[in-house]
Design a binder for this molecule. Structure first.
Ligand SMILES: O=C(O)CCC(=O)c1ccccc1C(=O)O
Ligand SMILES: [Mg+2]
Length: 369
């Protein structure tokens, strides 16, 4: 696998509406776009899901830029690659910084699939030609506003609704949604907002027939989650706590969760994401593809990953138009009846549009081999 340059672009895109979780509100999406080019004029694309501030995890746009420039890109430029699967090993002595690693690895995977002339989904071993998706709804100003959004997304066909919860916006809110929509597939995501002291309160969620409750306790915990899962009927799904196949194994062996949310960026790339998928499939643990409010390139990677057979639950990969007036890819990701048709063009299968990308680029830098 040959490439001759890597370009990083720092991007800023305004979302259609702010997105609020238990850890904060995002209006402007800041992220890094990666483009890896080869001699034949092909480009592989990756997107870092690190946010501007270290609120979801410890990474940021700034730390990702530094890690890529000072460590990860030099490592890639020193090696000759046969296959994108080797990137994980090349980066493995660098601790963490998974989102930075993943953005580069994703671009290499896309370039590889394009060099082979096959869709990225197929390069990964994916089987599906369409994927089922749900939607994640942030914390709202009022329950009425939330109910009207749920109504809208259910009407649009999304296969499951996830609502964000935090202390003071939880049991009553879930009750209101469940009351109004008795039959929808519903779940709640706390983004680590609770502790074991809230056990009795969290157990009240059991009455609403939720598909799962996502990451109720600390971002770095699997011990307390195991204690909570023993008390709760509702399956716990881990997001923040899982960074690798090893993390997944430990969490599953401890009984800390019954479902895992796989985010490519959080686990350091597509190769590790697939390893977690394979482990969970073997153990009968359902997985689904999480989201980080991605622009088109990251979204396309999520679509490709979700074609693997163990992704049996609808993910957070909603349509481009749910987030953006104009996405950076053509065509945009569209959802009909809760399904995304997986592209069969080579690579990610959606074409990044340079004129649009330029509009949202704050600064860029190119590294040559
Ligand atoms: O629509 C999406 O991309 C998912 C949104 C979402 O839930 C989320 C967005 C930003 C950070 C963390 C999370 C999460 O899944 O916990
Ligand atoms: Mg989550």
């Amino acid at each position: 696998m040959k490439f001759h340059s890597i370009t990083l672009r720092a991007m800023q895109m305004r979302m259609k509406a702010p997105f609020t979780t238990s850890f904060g509100t995002e209006w402007d999406k800041h992220f890094i776009l990666v483009e890896v080019r080869d001699q034949e004029g092909r480009s592989g694309w990756g997107e870092s899901v690190a946010m501007k501030e270290p609120l979801y995890n410890e990474e940021t746009v700034g730390t990702n830029w530094l890690m890529m420039k000072d460590f990860l890109i030099p490592l890639l430029c020193q090696k000759t690659l046969q296959h994108p699967q080797e990137v994980t090993a090349i980066f493995s002595h660098i601790r963490r910084n998974n989102m930075a690693k993943s953005a580069l690895e994703g671009a290499i995977w896309d370039l590889y699939a394009k060099q082979q002339g096959i869709p990225l989904s197929r390069a990964l071993g994916g089987e599906r030609s369409e994927i089922e998706v749900g939607i994640s709804i942030g914390i709202q100003e009022s329950v009425e506003k939330l109910l009207s959004l749920v109504e809208q997304y259910v009407t649009e066909g999304y296969r499951r609704i996830k609502i964000k919860i935090k202390p003071g916006w939880d049991v009553d809110v879930v009750a209101a949604v469940r009351n109004r929509f008795p039959h929808i597939q519903l779940m709640a995501d706390a983004n680590s907002a609770y502790t074991l002291r809230d056990m009795d309160h969290l157990v009240k969620l059991d009455q609403f027939d939720l598909m799962m409750v996502e990451q109720p306790l600390a971002h770095d915990d699997i011990i307390d989650h195991a204690a909570l899962q023993k008390r709760m009927k509702t399956p716990i799904c881990l997001d923040e706590s899982i960074h690798s196949r090893e993390d997944a194994r430990k969490a599953v062996e401890l009984g800390s969760c019954r479902i895992i949310n796989i985010k490519i960026g959080r686990v350091g790339g597509l190769t590790e994401a697939r390893r977690i998928h394979d482990y969970c499939r073997d153990k009968g643990i359902p997985v689904w593809c999480g989201g980080m409010l991605e622009a088109g390139v990251g979204r396309a990677h999520n679509v490709a990953l979700t074609t693997l057979p163990g992704f049996t639950l609808p993910g957070d990969t909603a349509a481009s138009s749910r987030y953006w007036e104009q996405d950076i890819i053509q065509p945009e990701v569209t959802v009909e009846k809760g399904l995304i048709q997986v592209p069969d063009r080579p690579g990610i299968g959606y074409e990044p549009v340079r004129e649009i990308i330029d509009q949202f680029t704050l600064y860029s830098e190119t590294f040559r081999r």
